[in-house]
Design a protein around this ligand. Structure first.
Ligand code: ZN
Length: 331
């Protein structure tokens, strides 16, 4: 261990599947960092997605837990893509304080063709469409939804656009996904998914320092050079530091979220706060699905019967629920 790591002092390491909030007062920067392991293996393993789909979903899950753990109320954050690509829908659904569920929908033939052609960037897979952020505080509160067009090669870039447009908070994001091939205790080869992410936002205490240095120069004609906007020096420093992070560091279990934050910001003084655990947990239930079936007409119920029962599979967690059609016909 080198001296840098020792001087982490009392911070300790919260480990995988824990979101670590931090701030750097000198840079007016606040954010969160995370490394995900078991949660991803559970979700991605259950669905057995092709690798490009699994990577995309892992990135979206990482983004969602980074943002969801910032909610200051009980509720949900749903981050969802909808596009015309071979992966037409990717959704992650975070429920406070730390339940996460997610799934992706794709067309096998189109995906195979895209893979054969080497077209597996997020843009290639998702096509054109939208990325939607929905905040749901329960049935008595209005839902909030922010939508950005899917433009740019990365989910990071799309999410930064969302924060610029909808939240008007200068934001930088890093997301990384890795596959780890190693051996378990008995020497058998093993495959594990890992992901890591970091979000940093410019949130000065003094409101007059709150500017939007990231905003583009307005409606300039095509080809015209964009206006140079004065950029707050401390925010530039945060952006420059975050830009140095690579996917290897984000996902390396030997680094961990705290050590990464220390490496990046120790010269400016970084504080970390108690981590929030996130877990693979679906909110589906027999009762909820029975409620949905209860709204079906007798004809619809009869049409749903196969082999004497109605089978409903949760898209998120793949749990199969079997119902006796009689339950919904004797009314
Ligand atoms: Zn479920």
């Amino acid at each position: 261990m080198d001296t840098d790591i020792k001087s982490l002092g009392d911070i300790g390491f919260s480990g995988d599947d824990h979101v670590v909030p931090f701030d750097v007062t000198a840079l007016d920067t606040r954010g969160r960092a995370v490394q995900l392991g078991p949660l991803l293996d559970a979700i991605l393993g259950r669905h057995d997605y092709p690798v490009p789909v699994a990577r995309l979903l892992a990135e979206l899950i990482t983004l969602t837990v980074l943002l969801g753990t910032s909610l200051k109320f009980e509720g949900k954050l749903i981050v969802q893509t909808k596009g015309d690509g071979s992966v037409d829908l990717v959704v992650a659904d975070f429920r406070t304080p730390g339940d996460l569920r997610a799934y992706a929908r794709f067309d096998e033939d189109r995906l195979a063709a895209a893979e054969a052609a080497g077209l597996t960037s997020p843009t290639d897979l998702l096509g054109s469409g939208i990325l939607a952020f929905t905040i749901d505080q329960g049935e008595f509160m209005q839902r909030y939804q922010g939508i950005v067009e899917m433009k740019g090669d990365t989910l990071e870039a799309m999410a930064e656009t969302y924060f610029r447009q909808s939240e008007q908070i200068p934001t930088v994001l890093r997301l990384g996904v890795a596959e780890l091939f190693d051996r378990d205790e008995t020497g058998r080869s093993r495959h594990r998914w890992r992901a890591g992410g970091l979000v940093a936002q410019f949130l000065p205490e003094a409101p007059d320092r709150m500017r939007m240095p990231d905003l583009p120069g307005g409606d300039l004609p095509e080809g015209a050079e964009s206006r140079v906007i004065p950029i707050d020096d401390v925010w530039s420093e945060t952006k420059a530091l975050v830009a140095t992070v690579n996917a290897g560091e984000l996902t390396d279990p030997q680094v961990g979220a705290e050590r990464l934050l220390y490496r990046l910001f120790h010269e400016h003084g970084v504080r970390v706060y108690p981590a929030a655990a996130v877990a693979d947990k679906c909110s589906c239930s027999r009762e909820k699905l029975a409620g949905v079936l209860g709204g079906f007409s007798a004809g619809e119920i009869r049409d749903s019967v196969e082999d004497g029962h109605i089978s409903v599979v949760c898209e998120f967690c793949s749990t199969t629920y079997l119902f006796d059609p009689g339950e919904f016909l004797e009314r």
